[in-house]
Design a protein around this ligand. Structure first.
Ligand code: 8YV
Length: 312
């Protein structure tokens, strides 16, 4: 008898095929009557596949009395109620490392696109405006100081990419990291005052909620830039939008938002902003690697082995 699992959200085709081959999969997002489906299958469910976007909250975790493991697609697990999983003795896994390069690439792409107005230049050419008009000058990245909020795996990968662009790195986080020479701040406002670019790369969740507030944005000032590759929850979004609309911030490159997929309309027409639909890890290769890790964690658990990338 195949192990029965629930799946909350679609996976890449090859990953879905493997799931369907190896397990009896109940697809919650497709169910006409989700509650009825859950009620019927709940007593047999031993695993869950979910994503960083959809997560797993107590009503679902509590509804599955035999649940042993939640295998999540994504490094961030702020959408999974970790306390509830712990209380229930449910193992939670995520997909770190395999997406670090792509997320760091996306951060640099957003930064350059925003500062050098690449999307606007593209539109300028496509709309046939070049023969008649001059594209405005933009700001130089080289020589700027970047403050990384959250110098974890992704933060470090971004910093390593930024240095060859002649960008000076500093960082803020809960503690100074051993073996890191970049200047550390234990005060985010103090760092924001000293840097040109605030690069947000920390985990989401309660501990970082609205960390980038009006005071931090104020400290960055009208020449300051924000890039957010982490979670929308880390930023006080209305304060960010107001600062961008009123020119109290020079620009922002945003891959994540407070209420995805809804993006404040005030940002849509701003030239100072480059927007992306949460695509940090969204390449074929990386999504495959993330899916493979979702599969490997499940397989290891149901083979009685330790999972590969355990959160709790
Ligand atoms: C995914 C992410 O898009 O890894 C993360 O934390 O935000 C992204 O890689 C997301 O997990 C899919 O929902």
């Amino acid at each position: 008898m195949a192990v029965e699992i629930v799946q909350t959200t679609p996976m890449p085709p090859a990953i879905q095929q493997a799931l369907d081959r190896d397990y009896t999969v109940h697809r919650l997002w497709e169910a006409k009557d989700r509650d009825a489906l859950l009620k019927e299958v709940a007593p047999r469910i031993r695993g869950m596949v979910t994503s960083g976007g959809v997560g797993a909250q107590p009503p679902l975790i509590e509804a599955l009395p035999k649940l042993e493991v939640i295998s999540s697609f994504g490094v961030g697990y702020d959408s999974i109620d970790i306390d509830c999983a712990k209380r229930r003795g449910v193992i939670v896994t995520n997909t770190p490392d395999v997406l670090t390069d792509d997320v760091a690439d996306t951060a640099m792409a957003l930064l350059l696109a925003m500062m050098r107005r690449i999307p606007q230049g593209d539109q300028f050419v496509r709309q046939g405006r070049w023969p008649k008009d001059k594209f405005p000058l933009t700001d130089k990245l080289g020589g700027k100081v970047m403050g990384v909020l959250g110098l974890g795996r992704i933060g470090q990968a971004i910093a390593r990419r930024a240095e060859p662009f002649n960008v000076e790195i500093r960082y803020f986080g809960p503690r100074k990291k051993a073996g890191i020479a970049w200047r550390y701040y234990d005060d985010l406002v103090a760092m924001a005052k000293d840097v040109d670019i605030l690069m947000i790369a920390c985990p989401g969740g309660k501990e970082t909620e609205k960390l980038v507030n009006a005071a931090v944005i104020d400290a960055l000032g009208p020449k300051g830039y924000v890039v957010n590759i982490a979670r929308g929850s880390v930023v006080e979004e209305p304060a960010l939008v107001t600062a961008l609309v009123t020119g109290k911030l020079a620009g922002a490159g945003l891959d994540v938002f407070a209420d995805e997929p809804n993006v404040p309309e005030a940002l849509w027409t701003l030239d100072s902003v480059t927007l992306a639909p949460h695509v940090g890890s969204a390449t074929h290769a990386t999504r495959q690697a993330m899916g493979d890790l979702v599969l490997k964690n499940l397989a290891a658990h149901f083979a009685g082995q330790p999972v590969l990338t355990r959160v709790v």
